[in-house]
Design a protein around this ligand. Sequence first.
Ligand code: GDP
Ligand code: IMO
Ligand code: MG
Length: 421
Amino acid sequence: MKKADVILGLQWGDEGKGKVVDVLTPRYEVVARFQGGPNAGHTLEFGGEKYILRSIPSGIFQGGKTNVIGNGVVLDAILFRAEAEELAKSGHDLTKQLCISKKAHLILPTHRMLDAAYEAAKGSAKIGTTGKGIGPTYTDKISRNGMRVGDLLSPDFKTLYAKAKARHEAILRSLNYDYDIAELERQWFEAVEYLKRFRIIDSEYFINKCLDENRPVLAEGAQGTLLDVDFGSYPFVTSSNTVCAGVCTGLGLAPKRIGEVYGIFKAYCTRVGSGPFPTELFDETGAALRRIGHEFGAVTGRERRCGWLDLVALKYSIMINGVTQLIMMKSDVMNDFDTIRVATAYDIDGERTTEFPYTITEGLKPVYTDFPGWKCDLRNCRSYDEFPPAFKHYVDFIERETGVPVKIISVGPDRGETIER
Ligand code: GDP
Ligand code: IMO
Ligand code: MG
């Protein structure tokens, strides 16, 4: 029986999922997003061009593959249309390659307003969301008030919309939030019509049938495990299950149909938005990671917070997801560093632990192991054998600590700058 492989982030997002999905797509026939929405920003680089995908799966550029937006995704028709039209300009006609689940939930214009209003109401405790309406849309899904892509085909669509809008407007009034959505609403109604050009399908049947027919499927995650609504640094998280279990609910796959679980991590750590980050660096090293790694949000342009690799958090993520293979990104960013640090435990008010705690408080201090830097340009290496001993030593240490092999190492943003072992 064919099983679906999964690629997902093990940190706070932006690990490089888009790049790796694009690299691995030639081995699959179907690439499917299982959760998240346009809060994602997945960067792909090849042929001297750079593309940023938000809602469209990252398998779209490797011709002839079917890309699926699964039921677990929340879709903003306006942003989706802009993304699809941009790709059409560069010669990618998505209507043949892209299917959308009937059960994916729609982000309404008022969901974006609610996102902003809730953030404003939180004051200094704000989450720092991407402002795309993600939380309010998933809230409506769980409270059984949502609108789904399949509703587009219903004669009651406008009535459903009016009811949802009225409900949202009452909340916005209670929060004293001023807004004007007339233009956004006009664009939204045009954009939902545009969605009808794509195949709107029962994606759970489609994907299970593909596997029955031995057609390989890759499930693409958005965000990262530490942003998962159950296991992340709650409440500073996104509103979906970013972990492997999210593949089952977000695509309609039974647990026994999950195959390889590729866990992606950066050789250091980043985070956008608020919330705890034990190994965060506020010094010149943190600034160097940001500068050399171009650590600015693909969606919002916000500065990403940077810090050392955190193995306590990484091992936690590996456990939750059942990771079978690791993929390490962006080691090249630390080419010139004299010393590279890795957190292997936390000291919490004098007690040492290797478990990721329920809350991360001021009293938590990472315990570091130091490694000498490799001090050469990894981007020139084209096979694992060409890597310098200091770098191999660093990789061996991560494998030993986690018990999972590092199978792919990325040393630059381009498709070609990828080394497999
Ligand atoms: P995603 O959200 O997980 O797909 O990751 P993002 O695209 O938001 O962020 C990853 C960034 O790192 C993008 O700008 C990529 O082009 C870039 N990138 C990916 N892999 C590497 C790498 O190995 N080295 C360097 N220097 N940059 C990389
Ligand atoms: P990709 O797929 C990094 C963060 C936001 C905020 C929190 C909640 O590119 O890795 P939301 O808008 O989801 O309600 O925001 O989650 N966040 C991300 N951070 N990468 C992402 O996606 C993210 N998607 C959401 O910054 O802290
Ligand atoms: Mg990103």
